[in-house]
Design a protein around this ligand. Structure first.
Ligand code: PNS
Length: 165
């Protein structure tokens, strides 16, 4: 299959994300990790920082590129000539919203969505929980790459409340 987009906020990229992207890269010739630019949503990391962390995390996978997008995901897919969207499915609770988005995106443009069950060992890992645990001094070294861990700890130390940029 030619090309797929793996979209997300990636604030920051976790090992769960990395697992999904790596498996997508084994299924598709080309994979574009698409980092959402969403000015209305507070993020801990800027888009440039999220791109940098995603690129470093994905460095060793040759058919993966990382880029930012804004606006509708289906428009980005069309621009990239990607026929599929790949999302990770952590638990049954993810399914309802993922199905809703998959149907909406298929309705808007005909793009197909492939839902990949995440590695069960990482099924409870999310960017938001990782940030919350780290903010209160918990050990998140099993949830993110060493580079992201360092960036996360430094960002949280810089801003006592972990304020967004
Ligand atoms: O990592 P997230 O925040 O769960 O990712 C959500 C994302 C980026 C996949 C979703 O918000 C999205 O596709 N946003 C782009 C705007 C859009 O196309 N919205 C309609 C979705 S049906």
């Amino acid at each position: 299959m030619p090309k797929a987009v793996v979209p997300g906020s990636f604030d920051p990229m976790t090992l769960g994300h990395l697992d999904v992207v790596t498996r997508a890269a084994a299924l598709f010739d080309d994979v574009v990790v698409a980092v959402l630019v969403n000015e209305s949503k507070q993020a801990l990391f800027s888009v440039e920082e999220r791109l940098d962390m995603a690129r470093r995390s994905m460095g060793c996978v040759p058919n993966v590129t990382v880029t930012a997008f804004s606006g509708l995901l289906v428009d980005f897919c069309a621009q990239q000539r990607a026929g599929a969207i790949v999302k990770g499915l952590r638990a049954a609770s993810d399914l309802e919203f993922e199905l809703q988005m998959a149907h909406m995106n298929a309705h808007l443009s005909g793009v197909q969505t492939v839902l990949l069950p995440t590695n069960p060992a990482l099924s409870f890992v999310s960017s938001s929980l990782t940030k919350e645990v780290a903010r209160f001094g918990g050990d998140v070294s099993g949830f993110v790459s060493p580079y992201v861990l360092d960036r996360l700890q430094r960002r949280l130390a810089e801003t006592s409340e972990g304020q967004a940029r």
